[in-house]
Design a protein around this ligand. Sequence first.
Ligand SMILES: [Zn+2]
Length: 436
Amino acid sequence: MLTRTRLIGVALATLVALPAAAQVTAVRAGRLVDPEAGTIQANQIILIENGRITAVGPSLPIPAGADVVDLSSQTVLPGLVDAHNHLALTYKEEPESNVYYFTYVMDSTPLRAIQAASNGIQMLASGFTVVRDMGNNGNYADTALRVAIEQGWIPGPTIVNSGIIIGGMGGQYWPTPEMAKDHDIVYPEYLDADTPDEIVKAVRQNALFGAKVIKICVDCKPWGYTVDEMKLVVAEAAKAGFKVEGHIQTRAGASRAIEAGLWSLAHDGPLDDELHKRMAAKGIWRAGTETPLTLTGHTTQARYDRSVKGLQNAWENKVPLTFSTDADYYVPGKTRGEAAIEFIETWKAAGIPPADILRAMTINGFKCAEVEETRGPIKPGLAADLIAVTGNPLESIDALRDVRFVMKDGVVFKRDGVMTPAAFFHGGPVNGWRIR
Ligand SMILES: [Zn+2]
């Protein structure tokens, strides 16, 4: 029991231990873009304290002693979102002939986790402050990446990860009986779930091992999941607070996924005008992963032409669009972030106005990733994630190809086009080891 004297002592110690006024950072933005409104305002000041935005306005007084970041010759905007990537997967011409099936054999999960750390840094350098990491990450390398970033070991985007993709036996590929028998060759990529019990167990396993969203193979096999089976996934995922993305590759599968009310659909292949109308009516996110022709070898002219037409049709039908790349391969001469940005080529070819492309890359991405209440928009109370470019992305989306400045959680990661990540590296879990 504390005596009165000791209580006073504790109170005094608490007073003495109070920190000095928190360091304030003031960002002078020459122009500030609001992607939701599609507007741009000159000469704005953004005040930041403890990693959060505290005020935004044209003539805010800058507190004495504030660290001033002068971006008065640049355009400041929210960070970007890639709503579909696989940071712990990098297939390559050598040695896998660009077949990701072989990457699962060639690269261990620990090696892939380190690749993911590097890919995350590369994404952040290109302005991606949020990445939905949708499976094919070995044995939960995606969770390791998210936790390492959140605990404060390394810089990286905010990761919303799916854990292991859930599908009928075999997942996206056709293992030999030998591969499937003991689940020991190339098998961490998919969780077998053919029955209702297995579906429930698979969702719970992913939740246990750190997933934040659930990804399923809707129709990777001709039998695929039924509407009722997908509704079971949605209901079980909801218990953990998660949404469900469906990988679709057939029209029938896509139709069932829309009927079941999945949160988002990955890949544009089977989506047509009628399905787009149904997606728009239900507000289902489209993560189209429309590969540009400029990433040579990763699409064909015919496939690209279909992607362009499909994206245009989705936009005309007002389907909620996310910028999603599936850029999970090595493009010689490009970082992972530069490969992801390249996907604006398909959006430009589809005739989508820059303001709408930017919405897909920011506000829609924040909503699809369900982070918009804590980070994304440049608003008081939200995490201080922001980027700057020299041009105006509302006039030319290509301005995003040259991200000069990146701030994540109020800490500068890139300045004048050069990465300055030192402040993100720590010898321990500075944000707390309990983050899992
Ligand atoms: Zn994918």
